[in-house]
Write a new protein. Structure first.
Length: 242
């Protein structure tokens, strides 16, 4: 068996191939393209690989597994601790990873299925829109707080300035032309985000309705619909990264 340690980056990766005796057979920087990876591993038989978990590490995992290479996904912090204790280094370079893989000392992480990763991206996008909406509402409140007393009093009479009625009140405020354009732009952005949140919420609902596993997970106390969709569909052989 030969072992490949991978230091993965967005455009390229550093790969080190090590044999069973711990000898480095090959090492280099490789573009993250299947043809380039196949070229680098050409002539190397019986390969197993390890990569640390990261934002885009699954793109490399998917390519390698399509090539027939078994891949382990490692916990970065635990790799560092094991490397320090066992081979007296703080490095987490590809040679260290290959060495730990050779010794069966890779601390693996929770393994997400393709479907679960797709669901995770949907949830993250919704969370992005919700966060942007919160920031926008704060910006509107700050903008209104900077207006003259008469405008602030008129705004204060509205229970919800972001309701349909509340927005009409805001658009009818007597403001300087430049200030009015700023407020109109903020409210236009609010309506855009409201639409995007509605779309992503409907997407999550559809994922939930299609996932029997998510529905079962939701029966557990403390699990809401969104968390159930996030957790559902993973590979239970691995534990999650804290």
């Amino acid at each position: 068996m030969n072992y490949v340690g991978i230091d993965h980056h967005r455009q390229y990766s550093h790969l080190t191939v090590m044999d069973q005796e711990g000898q480095v057979l090959r090492s280099g920087r490789v573009p993250n393209l299947r043809a380039e990876i196949e070229k680098f591993l050409e002539g190397i038989e019986a390969v197993e690989a390890v990569i640390e978990t990261g934002r885009s590490s699954y793109t490399m995992v998917d390519v390698l597994e399509e090539m027939g290479v078994a891949v382990k996904i490692a916990h970065p912090n635990e790799v560092k601790a094991i490397a320090r204790a066992k081979i007296k280094t703080d490095k987490r370079d590809p040679e260290v990873l290959a060495h730990l893989l050779r010794m069966s000392m890779i601390p693996e992480v929770y393994r997400r299925s393709v479907e679960n990763r797709q669901a995770q991206r949907v949830l993250r996008q919704r969370a992005f829109y919700v966060s942007a909406m919160t920031a926008l509402k704060n910006r509107v409140h700050a903008f209104l707080a900077q207006q003259r007393e008469e405008v602030r009093e008129e705004v204060a009479r509205e229970t919800n300035i972001f309701s349909e009625k509340g927005q009409k009140v805001l658009l009818g405020l007597e403001l300087a032309p430049r200030e009015k354009r700023l407020l109109e732009a903020l409210l236009k952005t609010y309506r855009h985000l409201e639409t995007r949140i509605g779309e992503s919420t409907a997407f999550v609902e559809k994922l939930y309705e299609e996932s029997r596993e998510a529905q079962l997970i939701r029966t557990i106390p403390g699990f809401g619909k969104y968390l159930a969709v996030l957790v559902g569909g993973g590979d239970r052989r691995y534990r999650p990264v804290p």
